[in-house]
Design a protein around this ligand. Structure first.
Ligand code: SF4
Length: 384
């Protein structure tokens, strides 16, 4: 099965009491190819797909009656056979620093969070790809909660749709959401069949129109799917590295046992190979006090990254309840950074944001309001 054929959302079955069963197809999670195929399938011209995509994603419209450039007959038909399913906002929190967090209910048992982080020259939306995560990174609150399920197309793009609407984004006005990062809950590259179509919607001019530099998939290092990004998607890539050697990375990021550094690093070179001159990998490195912040770790990191075109992002750890780790001191971060820079690396230190609403991307304690009993699933490495 190709990724394209998987991009169509699962139809919802609505049961009308004692009469007929109506199958409605959800349009929110369809990329352009899937949407055009759908309109052809229902006997309409494919260009209707782009009209409807604009209404849904650019104007935030979910009611077909408001899609005024469609004929009345088509609107009535769509009301019969399709819908634009959107999640309910169950909570909204605002941080003193402008960060906003929404809690979205995606089914009767699960809610997911989406976080907007405004900065001087951009606004970043951090979205989730799974409910929970199976990879059990030891410094990550999500990893400690276990895995529940993959999010579907509509549930992932709905995070952008809801934020866009809540922030009052309008087409042709300056972008409020300028960047989208798959750095929330879950490992996006273990859910490529839903994440890839969503990335295409984000970059589609009939939807959000973001450039590939402004859509970032962050992975702990699922190597086969890194190669799929290169061949099928072409978005920006961030690696949750967090350790400069296998011994430490096996502990912090256990997927390293499956794809150790000797396998991961060549995949990063393959990703940048043949790209434009500014193509690079973002290396994320969470700073854990006396765990991975020793000076020798910094030297090892310089050696490991070698001449890979990359930018290193040092992330002060955001502690969560019952964690064994502490945030590195400012001095330790400063010294670590200095060694990386002496080694020729470009380094930034991420500002902690939204601490008062517990909203740091990728480490959201209690990021999911999960009312089901989760289990720790074994790690699945099948990326299809
Ligand atoms: S850091 Fe990412 S991959 Fe690791 S457990 Fe957390 S969500 Fe999963």
């Amino acid at each position: 099965m190709t990724l394209e054929s998987l991009s169509q959302s699962t139809p919802i079955t609505l049961i009308k009491p004692e009469t007929e069963v109506v199958q409605k197809t959800d349009l929110l999670g369809m990329d352009r190819e899937a949407m055009q195929a759908y309109f052809t399938e229902i006997g309409e011209k494919p260009f209707r797909a782009t009209q409807v995509m604009k209404w849904i994603h650019q104007f935030g419209v979910s009611d077909f009656d408001e899609m005024t450039n469609l004929s009345k007959a088509l609107r009535d038909k769509l009301k019969q056979v399709a819908n634009v399913r959107t999640p309910k906002i169950v909570a909204e929190e605002h941080s003193d620093d402008g960060t906003i967090k929404w809690l979205l209910e995606v089914d009767n048992n699960n809610a997911i969070e989406v976080v907007f982080i405004p900065e001087k020259n951009r606004g970043t939306l951090c979205i989730s790809s799974q409910v929970g995560c199976a990879l059990e990174c030891t410094f990550c609150s999500t990893g400690q909660q276990g895995f529940n399920r993959n999010l579907e197309n509509w549930e992932i793009i709905a995070q952008v749709w809801v934020a866009n609407k809540a922030l009052g984004c309008k087409p042709k006005e300056e972008r409020i959401i300028s960047n989208v990062v798959f750095m929330g809950m879950g490992e996006p590259l273990l859910n490529v069949k839903h994440v890839f179509p969503v990335a295409r919607i984000l970059m589609d001019d009939y939807a959000y129109g973001l450039s590939k530099r402004r859509v970032t998939i962050s992975t702990s290092g699922v190597v086969p799917a890194i190669d799929m990004i290169k061949s099928e998607l072409d978005v920006s890539l961030a690696i949750s590295l967090h350790a400069p050697n296998d011994e430490l990375r096996d502990i912090l990021v256990p997927v390293n046992k499956k794809y150790p550094l000797a396998v991961l690093m060549p995949s990063l070179y393959r990703y940048v190979e043949g790209g434009h001159s500014k193509k690079h990998v973002t290396i994320e490195y969470v700073m854990l006090d006396k765990v991975n912040d020793h000076l020798e770790h910094a030297h090892q990191l310089v050696e490991l990254l070698g001449d890979l075109p990359c930018k290193v992002n040092l992330i002060p750890f955001n502690p969560f309840p019952n964690t064994e780790y502490q945030r590195s001191s400012n001095n330790a971060i400063h010294r670590f950074r200095a060694i990386l820079e002496e080694g020729g690396l470009q380094v930034t230190v991420r500002k902690t944001r939204g601490d008062d609403i517990d909203a740091a991307c990728g480490q959201l304690a209690g990021k999911v309001s999960d009312r089901t009993k989760r289990t720790l699933h074994r790690v699945e490495f099948d990326t299809k």
